[in-house]
Design a binder for this molecule. Structure first.
Ligand code: KIV
Length: 290
């Protein structure tokens, strides 16, 4: 049955019919692995807008308000220029559009690396102003103290290791990570450090498959793969990538649709009908009664 939405103008919230199930929680996500129930992998996709969240919500365990919105929504060259204000606004929209999935919001570059106190202030603002349930931050061992600090103060943290796009200026590009033994061991060590610090899940991005498998076995919390392995405890993709909004996508993306084609064809038809005065027709115009 498809879901319909009615706008409650007093809260600006679109209420769905039929009423969906209760929202999942961070402990439930973590428990999927700790209780030995990660046979069914966790499903996560990115979402940046309320309508997108409405469409994805029932199918996902988690919605990630990724800082990839810098490129996808704002046309920026990387995630580096993304601000806390952008993340707050998009996260609030996604929370308004969802009822079921745990909403996780990315901490943007520069909002958390300086000190654990700064990280707390940024994360607290993200959760207070958006209603999201958790934050995600990039980095391994060097961020473990911050992860523990936030977690102990009521902020659940998802880690992100391997290919960490905010570090593009240090890494020099978006290549897969862990091609030599030292780097492979560093990624596994990073995952373990975040796990011990209390991360409730860890994204493994762009790592060689054996590293993803070993890291998944080595940590108690669920791993969420992107360009990693089907053996991870869950998977995430950027929604616009898997829908086929862009011609060029990373090798690890499977395009399930070609939405860009659908949009192009539809807009071309609209333009033709406007120019030929076929739109609007009598179906779309108001006539005097009687
Ligand atoms: O920003 C993002 O969308 C992400 C995912 C690709 C994991 O971090």
């Amino acid at each position: 049955m498809s879901t319909t939405f009615q706008l409650d103008t007093s809260t600006s919230r679109a209420n769905p019919t039929p009423q969906p199930m209760k929202r999942l929680t961070v402990p439930k996500i973590r428990a999927r692995k700790s209780e030995g129930d990660s046979r069914e992998p966790l499903v996560m996709l990115t979402a940046y807008t309320a309508r997108q969240a409405q469409l994805l919500d029932a199918h996902c365990d988690m919605l990630l308000v990724g800082d990839s919105l810098g490129q996808v929504i704002y046309g920026l060259p990387s995630t580096v220029p993304v601000t806390l204000d952008m993340m707050v606004n998009h996260a609030a929209a996604v929370v308004r559009g969802s009822y079921h999935a745990v909403v996780v919001v990315d901490m943007p570059f520069g909002s958390y690396e300086g000190s654990k106190e700064k990280a707390f202030d940024s994360a607290a603002r993200l959760l207070k102003e958006s209603g999201a349930a958790a934050v995600k931050l990039e980095g391994g061992e060097q961020m473990a103290e911050t992860v523990a600090f936030l977690n102990q103060r009521g902020i659940p943290v998802m880690g992100h290791v391997g290919l960490t796009p905010q570090a593009v200026n240090v890494l020099g590009g978006y290549m897969a990570r862990g091609r030599d033994e030292a780097e492979a061991q560093k990624i596994i060590g990073d995952a373990k450090a975040l796990d011990e610090a209390g991360a409730f899940a860890i994204v493994l991005e762009g790592v060689l498959e054996p590293i993803a498998v070993e890291a998944t076995r080595a940590v108690a919390c669920p791993t969420i793969g992107i360009g990693a392995s089907a053996q991870c405890d869950g998977q995430v993709l950027v929604t616009e990538d898997m829908l086929g909004m862009f011609d060029r996508v990373p090798r690890f993306v499977k395009k399930y649709e070609n939405i860009a084609d659908v949009i192009e064809k539809t807009v071309a038809q609209y333009a033709e009908e406007v120019r030929g005065r076929a739109f609007p027709s009598s179906d779309q115009t108001y006539q005097p009664k009687g």
